[in-house]
Every structure is written in C-alpha cells, then in structure tokens.
Design a binder for this molecule. Structure first.
Ligand code: UGA
Length: 465
C-alpha cells in the first residue's frame, strides 16, 4: 500500500518505519524542514532503540518531505500523527490535527479516496468532527465522494516504540464500516499474523501471541487511549500512596507489590513505587480527559486523585531530605538522573524538574548528572540553578545526600562504597527502589527508599518448603 504519514515525532517515525519494513511504501511529511533535512541525510532527530536499523532496512520504501505539494492524492492511507498538546483553556489543542485535515481536504479527491487514520491522541468525538470537517472541505470543492476517517490510537512506550510497533499487545481501530475494518486488517496484516522476518535489532520475543485487532466505533477507540494511560497512571499512583503508608507502618512496598501483582486480576506491571510518574503522555492525557469529563458532566475523580497523588509524591524527596538533614538550606544534594525514565533524554513533565525546584527553593545547592538528558536540561530549563557534573562519580563529591531519580542501568553498578567516601554525609535516597539496600548499609550509607522501612523485603519458595 501507499501510505502517507503526517508528523515525524516518536509516533510518526516509529510507525512509519515499521509500516515500510513490513512492505508498504511510506512517505513521511513534517512541516519542520530542518528535521526533514536531517532524516534525508540519514540522521535521526530522536533516539529510539532499533529505529536507525529498521529505517536502513526499509530505505527503498521510505521517503521524507516538508512539501505538501508532493502529497500523493492516490495514496491508500493517510495517517495523522501530529502533536496534541494541552491548550490554554486546559483542553487539547487540535491546531496541528486540524491543519493536517485542511491540507488533506484540499488535496484528496478526483480518483480513489485514501482512508484517513487518526493516530494522534485526541478527545473522544474528534474523529467524527474531523470527518465532518473533511467532508465539508470536499463539498466546498464540489466533490460528493464519501471519505473514511478511522481512529487508530497508539500505545507506544518511549524507548520501546519499535518493539511495541512490531509486537503490540493489540491494535485498536475505531471504524464505521466492515470495509474500513478489512482495510485496516490488510494494512497491519504482517503484524497481526506475525509473519514478517523480525529485524535483527528488534527480535521477536519468544512468548509472542498474535495481537488481536480490536475493532470498535470511532469514539470508543479514542476513549480507549485515554482510559489506558489513565489506568496506568492510577496504578502507579496507587502503589505510590501505599508506599507512603508502608513506610509509616514499617512494611516494605516491594513485597506488597509482588504479593498483589501475582494475582492475575492485578498483574505485576506498573507497580514499581517511586518518586512519581512523568513523561509527555500520562500527565497530558490525564488532564485532557479530566477536562473532557467536565465538559460532559462526568467527574473522573479517580484520575484527578492520581494526578494529585503524583504531585504529592514528587514533593516527598524535598520533604524527607529536609527532615533527615534538619534543613535543606546550605545542604548539597546530588541528583542521579533527570530523564522521566531511563533510556531517553526526555524531560517532559519529569519529576526531576519539580524536585530541583523544591530543593533549590529550600535553599539547597543541587548537583545533577544524567547520561543523556543534561544538554536538554540546560537548553530547555536554563533558569534552573543546578551544577552539571561530567560523571556520576563527580556528583558525589561534597554531597550531604544523593538521590537516585532515574533508574539508569549504570547507576546500579556504581562503586558506592568508594563514592560514599567523597560525600560530606552518607545519605542515599533511592527514589526508584532499585539499589541493594544491604550493600549500601554495609558501605556505611544511611539509605532511604520509597515505601521501604527497615523491614526485610521477604523470601520466596517455589514448591514444597
Ligand atoms: C506511556 C504508555 O505506557 C504508552 O502505552 C503510551 O502509548 C504512551 O504513554 C503515550 O501515550 O504515548 P511513556 O510515557 O513512554 O508511555 O512511559 P512509561 O514507560 O509508560 O512510563 C511512564 C512513567 O511512569 C515514567 O515516569 C515511569 O518512571 C513511571 N512508572 C512506570 C513508575 O513510576 N512505576 C512503574 O511501575 C511504571
């Protein structure tokens, strides 16, 4: 099939390259000329594991342009994957989606009509509105032909977008006819059947089961996206609140999470307690659906609570350090990690930003180190008063406390015993509960985690004891 992808962000690039890899002819359009020039030169504007390799493997079937005039109106599918940030009134800003729809409406028609896929995360009802807009645009051009607009939300985790595109848990489509369903099943056929040769960089996991194509109406598909992100955010906020209780009553949240996660109705994932969730999606989407709920007189109090709990959780770092160190004023605090999660340099809605503000606000001197996100912090948040450290090791120098903010793999293997000697006081706040507490206490550290008192996390036996 001939596919046009509008938007060269994480979603557009990953999905576009995967569609090309599985055999489609893909053109990516983005208004950012600099980005397109880079892509044409073989450079990537973002880092995503495996993206470079997959793009190379599909080189003959993928092209990039910033020129709408090269839009091929004979394409089979046009996928809208542009940004949908929060607008001024708190609702979703659909400017980019509408602009894409206008461009499409000005160009399609004449011959066969492409199917328009709305992949951007948009409030329920938007697909129908965009369809009406397109139909209107066509009517203004004197065309009576019907156009198909379908919803096709994405569930891609940053850093794993290639894996999630090749081996999704499900593909959700919002449709209005059997023909649209058949079309989407054909577009995603190799992924649905898992009969493509896996790229070397993204091997097929052993346990892959075939992903179902979940076909529903347009609005339900749009709501599925928000419900999925809101549910995951609620799950993490839930375990974080229990972590705070665990601390107060002398329990260990890692044991609690393991104990409940083995119940298949609950599941083990997204029960990792920490200093709060972040990223470009959870907060944005939770706020957007709260706003939509309000507009439709449906109070989403649990989603609101998850957001509030998350803000409180971020505040725990400054609060606990202030208590442990008597005061924050004049103390030196080192932050290990800045990105909202490991494997990315993304700082959007990262807990580290609030933590820095709160520590600096309390009068502390803040040192930071992150293997990927320091340049971004300097560029995007030049007003934050922090000291950049060239290595994790140098971060420890003269600190009264060090906080592990992002669980980068390299932080698990630092020579902590040695590094502790460089500190003024050996206080370590493991904000992601990933470090070996015993090793740290043996090395003379006072360790504080999230939801972990001195309680022993417990043991486990399989079979008879
Ligand atoms: C999220 C969803 O997981 C994707 O399915 C979705 O497609 C995407 O948003 C989106 O809407 O585009 P992402 O933001 O990349 O993906 O990040 P996640 O890996 O889901 O992590 C989100 C945050 O939750 C991170 O800050 C992470 O540290 C935190 N988290 C996650 C926890 O604190 N504990 C956990 O157990 C899991």
């Amino acid at each position: 099939m001939k596919v046009i992808m509008i938007g060269c962000g994480y979603v557009g690039l990953s999905t576009g390259s995967v569609l090309a890899y599985i055999g489609h002819e893909v053109t990516l359009i983005d208004s950012d000329a600099e980005k397109i020039a880079k892509l044409r030169a073989g450079e990537l504007p973002i880092y995503e594991r495996g993206l470079q390799e997959v793009l190379r493997a599909s080189a003959g079937r993928i092209s990039f342009t910033d020129d709408w005039d090269s839009f091929d109106s004979g394409a089979d599918a046009v996928i809208i994957a542009v940004g949908t940030p929060i607008g001024e009134g708190g609702g979703v800003d659909l400017t980019c989606v509408e602009a894409a729809v206008q461009e499409i409406g000005a160009r399609v028609g004449g011959g066969s009509m492409p199917v328009i896929l709305l992949k951007s995360t948009v409030p329920p009802g938007t697909g129908s509105e965009m369809k009406a807009l397109l139909q209107q645009k066509l009517a203004m051009r004197g065309m009576k032909s019907r156009i198909s607009v379908v919803s096709n939300p994405e569930f891609l985790r940053e850093g794993q977008t290639m894996f999630d595109s090749f081996y999704p848990d499900r593909i959700v489509v919002g449709i209005e006819s059997d023909e649209e369903e058949t079309f989407l099943a054909t577009l995603y056929r190799p992924v649905l059947l898992q009969d493509f040769t896996p790229p070397l960089a993204i091997p097929r996991p052993g346990h892959t089961r075939l992903p179902p194509l979940v076909a529903t109406d347009l609005t339900s598909a749009e709501l599925i996206k928000y419900a999925a992100n809101a549910f995951l955010a609620v799950k993490v906020s839930f375990i974080n609140e229990f972590a705070n209780l665990a601390e107060s009553v002398g329990a260990d949240i890692t044991a609690v999470a393991r104990g409940i996660g083995l119940d298949q109705r609950i599941g083990p994932q997204f029960l990792q307690a920490g200093i709060g969730w972040g990223g470009s999606c959870f907060g944005k989407d939770a706020r957007a659906i709260l706003h939509a709920g309000k507009r439709h007189q449906a109070e989403l109090s649990i989603v609101r609570a998850a957001l509030d709990a998350n803000q409180t959780q971020r505040g725990q770092v400054a609060k606990k350090l202030g208590a442990r160190l008597d005061t924050l004023a004049g103390r030196t605090i080192g932050l290990l990690g800045l990105a909202f999660k490991p494997g990315t340099d993304d700082l959007r809605d990262a807990p580290s930003l609030d933590i820095i503000r709160q520590l600096v606000g309390g009068g502390a001197r803040v040192k930071v180190y992150d293997p990927a996100a320091m340049e971004k912090l300097a560029c995007e948040h030049p007003m934050l008063s922090v000291e950049y450290c060239p290595t994790a090791e140098s971060l420890f120098e003269g600190c009264d406390a060090v906080v592990l903010v992002t669980e980068w793999e390299e932080f698990l293997h630092l020579p902590y015993a040695e590094l502790g000697e460089r500190m003024r006081a050996k206080l370590l706040f493991d904000g992601r509960n990933v470090l070996d507490q015993k090793m740290l206490t043996d090395a003379g550290f006072t360790v504080c985690g999230v939801g972990r008192s001195d309680a022993d996390g417990g043991r486990e036996w399989l079979g008879a004891v």
